[in-house]
Every structure is written in C-alpha cells, then in structure tokens.
Design a protein around this ligand. Structure first.
Ligand code: ATP
Ligand code: MG
Length: 142
C-alpha cells in the first residue's frame, strides 16, 4: 500500500548546497514528491516539532540547529514510505550509516545529520500537517 512520510533537508545540507543532490537520491529511489517548500523554522515551530525529545540533553542544541537557517520539508509518497525512506537516509549518526545512504554521503555528525525522516505512519501524518496545509497537499496531488 502506498503511504507517506515527511522528509526534511536540514539547515546543514541546505548551507552545503546539497538540496538538488538529495532530492535526486530521493526521487531516484522511487519516492513521489507530494508537497515541498523552503522555510526557516521559528523557535516555536522547531520546539513543537521535536517536542518528543524535550527531556533529552540535546534538545536545546537541536532546536538551535534546526532554526539556524532554511530547511526544506518534503511530503513523500511511496509503497512502504516510512521504512524505505529511513533505509535510504541511514542511521542517525553518519559514522554508523551504511555506505550510499544520504547521511553517510552528506552528514557531518549525529547532531548535524543532513535529513529528517518520520519514524511511523502516525507520526508521518502529524509531521506532514506541521508543515503543509490540506490545500498545499491537494494542490500538489498528482
Ligand atoms: P530524525 O528524527 O531527525 O529523522 P532520527 O529519528 O534518526 O532523526 P532521533 O533520535 O529522532 O533520530 O533524533 C532527532 C534528531 O536529534 C537527530 O536527527 C539529530 O539531529 C538530533 N540528535 C539525536 N541524538 C543526538 C545526540 N546524541 N546529540 C546531538 N543531537 C542528537
Ligand atoms: Mg526521529
């Protein structure tokens, strides 16, 4: 069954001018882009998006990083989207990511790791609605 996941090209990868290469990897792996934009997250938006990590020691650093420059959220669709996209991006820490994965290729560290990926269908739906209105998703329906 075709389902959705939320990708974010994070501020480090945008600064490194890797938007195009990362999107080529994603579409080359069979994902369809349902909605895409470039934004600079506000502190409130980043705190809300990563609220699940608010007790973790790296929370403040994570919010600082995610608001440090523009990022590119992308709603993706594919059969088995959540698991297949996480396979494509690799482990959270690029040092542990498999060869050929997006984090292995483009991430510098566990904190600045180039891309985000949803971890469940339920969170994918919540995360997509964090960035895209119903209208933005419908306008991009194809
Ligand atoms: P994401 O949710 O961004 O796709 P993930 O699911 O692989 O990443 P999580 O455990 O959800 O990893 O952590 C969310 C993000 O917090 C990581 O992608 C990374 O940017 C940051 N992070 C995680 N662990 C650490 C850490 N130990 N030190 C610094 N930053 C961290
Ligand atoms: Mg996560």
């Amino acid at each position: 069954m075709s389902n959705r996941t939320l990708a974010i090209i994070k501020p480090d990868a945008v600064r490194n001018n890797k938007i195009g290469e990362i999107i080529a990897k994603i579409t080359g792996a069979g994902f369809k882009i349902k909605a895409i934009k470039m934004i600079k997250m506000s502190k409130t938006s980043a705190q809300g998006f990563y609220e699940v990590h608010k007790e973790r020691p790296f929370y403040a650093e994570l919010v600082e990083f995610m608001t440090s420059g523009p990022c590119v959220p992308i709603a993706l669709e594919k059969e088995n989207a959540v698991a297949d996209y996480r396979m494509l991006i690799g482990a959270t820490d690029p040092a542990e990511a498999n060869d050929g994965t997006i984090r292995k290729l483009y991430a510098a560290s566990k904190a600045e790791n180039a891309v985000h990926g949803s971890d469940s269908d339920e969170n994918a739906a919540l995360e997509i609605s964090h960035f895209f209105s119903r209208n933005e998703l419908l306008q991009n329906a194809c």
